[in-house]
Structure formats: structure tokens, C-alpha cells
Ligand binder design. Sequence first.
Ligand SMILES: *Cc1c(COP(=O)(O)O)cnc(C)c1O
Length: 237
Amino acid sequence: MSTIEQNLQQVTERISSTARQCGRDPQEITLLAVSKTKPVTVIEEAIRAGQTAFGENYVQEGIEKISYFQQKAVTTPLSWHFIGPLQSNKSRLVAEHFDWLHTLDRRQLAQRLNNQRPQALAPLNVLIQINISGEDSKSGILPAGLAELAAQVAELPRLRLRGLMAIPAPQADYQRQLAVFQKMAAIFGDLRRRHPGVDTLSLGMTDDMPAAIVAGSTLVRIGTAIFGARDYQAPTA
Ligand SMILES: *Cc1c(COP(=O)(O)O)cnc(C)c1O
């Protein structure tokens, strides 16, 4: 068994055991493998181990990988999630190549993506990013702006509003992680009542996954625990 296969198995087991401990069905939680900076050979190993959903942070790197797997015509359908900050001048590349965007944070970007999403593709699945730690430096909108942006996105036919995403400020302490994720879960509950199609709460990375699952995450974004530490100096495709 390859290291990546072993890592995927361990992460999957951790998701299942955490879910069961808090009375959730492990099937409700999608594992997104965050493959940023990792070469296609490593992604291929993950695909062989059964992984199908991948997250990328850099537009150019992401579309190179997507194109590679399209040309290879892998038989398993893959889904590609853009999870990095998105500049407006790169929106077309995301609209044309990705299946999901986790970092929607403004109306103008939503409108551009809606206009740019090719008719041949299903609507782009979008998550609105919430700045839950309230720091100036973090991207995402403040919770107070959510209702308005969500209503605007819901009107756009080439986007499909699926839910929310957040990257809280790192906290080593489990109880603090949980408290922030629970705030997100409450906001998610409100959004769901207004928009019944909403079903995805993207919360949790390698260092805070259990707290995210206990709070109600439906999608965890895991890089390091699957692929090992990242080397930002190395070539990325
Ligand atoms: C890199 C990244 C991850 C994965 O982080 P790990 O700590 O390696 O699991 C998850 N979400 C986002 C938005 C990221 O940029």
C-alpha cells in the first residue's frame, strides 16, 4: 500500500470515528483532498486509492492538473474545487474549468462567474466564504453581509448556491476551535432555512478536523495529512 493510500485510509477512519462519536453519519462528510503544490503523480496515487474530489488554491496550477486528467481520460469522474482567493481577472478560468468555488465573497465576482460559466457545463457550485474570526487580513464577508449576498447569488442561473466556507484563525485549543465552528454552524442553519438547496458546510483542515466535524462540517479540506508537508519552493505542476 502506498503512503498516500495509507494516509487516505487513516483520514477516512478518523472522519468516521469522529462522526460516530458525536452521533453523525460518516456518509454526510465529504473528504476534499487539497493537492495544491503537489504533482500529478501524487494525485494519481490518490485517485488509484479511490479519492475523487480535489482542492486547488492557484488558478494556473489547478487548470494544468484538470487538463492533464481530462487528457488522460481517467474513468472515475473527478471534481475540482477552487479554494484559494480569486482575483476578478482570473474568474473566467475558474468558471470554465472548476466544478466548485469555495471563496465567493462579492457580488461583482458572482456576476462575472455567472456570465462566464459555459452553457455546456452544469452551473458552478459556490460556497460563500465567511470571515468568522473577524480579522482584517482574512478574506471572506462578515456574517452581517451574508443574507444580501446569498439572495443575489441565488438569482444567478449559472451558479448554484451550495453553502458556506470558512478558514478560522489557527487555534491549538480544541474547545476554541469548536466554539468558532459552532458559530459557523449556526449561520449555516439560518442560511439553509432561507435557501433550501444549501447543503454544504466546508470547515476543517488537518489541524482542526475533529472540531469541525463535531460542529457539523459536511466537507473537510485536508492537505497535509494526506500528501505530507508542502514545499512552496518546488515547481508546482
Ligand atoms: C491549504 C489549504 C487547506 C489544507 O490545509 P492542511 O492544513 O494542509 O490540511 C485547506 N483549506 C484551504 C483553504 C487551504 O488553503
